[in-house]
Design a protein around this ligand. Structure first.
Ligand SMILES: C[S@@+](CC[C@H](N)C(=O)[O-])C[C@H]1O[C@@H](n2cnc3c(N)ncnc32)[C@H](O)[C@@H]1O
Length: 254
């Protein structure tokens, strides 16, 4: 039996529950699936704590001879798991130069990056931009805790600090995606605390554009007046022609 298989089995049971445990299981098992599908992945995990995600990754690479999980945490988590495929590094997770000097194999390319350390937009941005060029093509990047909903007023985890922090992290991911749509795919898993999923489409060594933040328009009346003054047009869907379709439906053969 694979290491920590009983934990994977337990999560699988939770997939059919009607409560929030279903979403937690969905998130962890999605990371497990993407990692299992890779032949001999190099996984880098930022944030270990008691090793919930660490166990998922260890299970997914058990029996893969050349796979490796490198986990980083600012505190000592060296006893979180015990496995020959696992290496623990105690340091700040955003300090890529220090990590590269300790674990130079990272330069050959990371296949899975899990970002679950300090949950602030500033730190997540540093981690993602610092690690991006060391990710292989088709690498997955998972961001934990990006949904504000469970932390909003009177919700299960009511916390004003986390509500605001998670909203900023989600806005960061949206701004990164907006500026890099040719380089990354983006998915979000919701229901629990949220899992952001990026897939890198370009090659090892390639970098990202900086995030593109766009100011939200929340006041309809003021914005309508502004549009009138500056003669700005709103997008209108044209259903009489193919003009509004990026992939023209009328040009598709039956
Ligand atoms: C949410 S926990 C990680 C949970 C873990 N991934 C799991 O699934 O069980 C966050 C961890 O990030 C660590 N951390 C906080 N700030 C950090 C930093 N600047 N660099 C590295 N680790 C940090 C904390 O010590 C803590 O263990």
């Amino acid at each position: 039996m694979k290491k920590y298989q009983s934990y994977i089995d337990k999560l699988t049971i939770h997939l059919s529950k009607s409560d929030e445990s279903r979403f937690v299981a969905q998130q962890l098992l999605r990371m497990h699936r993407e990692t299992s599908l890779k032949d001999n992945p190099l996984i880098v995990e930022l944030g270990v704590d008691r090793g919930q995600s660490t166990k998922i990754f260890i299970n997914s690479i058990d029996e893969k001879k050349n796979a490796k999980l490198i986990s980083v945490d600012i505190k000592d988590c060296k006893d979180a798991v015990n496995d020959e495929n696992w290496e623990f590094v105690q340091q700040d997770s955003a300090d890529i130069q220090k990590l590269l000097s300790n674990k130079p194999q990272i330069k050959k390319g990371i296949d899975i990056l899990y970002i679950d350390s300090l949950h602030t937009a500033t730190h997540v941005k540093k981690e993602f931009y610092n690690f991006y060029e060391y990710l292989n093509k088709n690498a997955y990047i998972f961001f934990d805790d990006i949904d504000s909903n469970p932390y909003m007023a009177n919700q299960r985890k009511d916390s004003i600090n986390t509500e605001i922090a998670n909203r900023e992290i989600l806005k960061l991911l949206e701004a990164i995606f907006r500026a890099n749509m040719d380089k990354i795919d983006f998915e979000i898993m919701r229901g629990s605390t949220g899992l952001g999923i990026f897939k890198k489409l370009n090659n090892l060594g390639e970098k990202l554009n900086p995030p593109n933040y766009i100011e939200e328009r929340n006041n309809l009346i003021i914005n309508k007046i502004f549009q009138k003054i500056f003669l700005k047009k709103s997008y209108q869907h044209d259903n009489k022609s193919d003009k509004s379709f990026i992939i023209k439906p009328n040009k598709i053969k039956k």
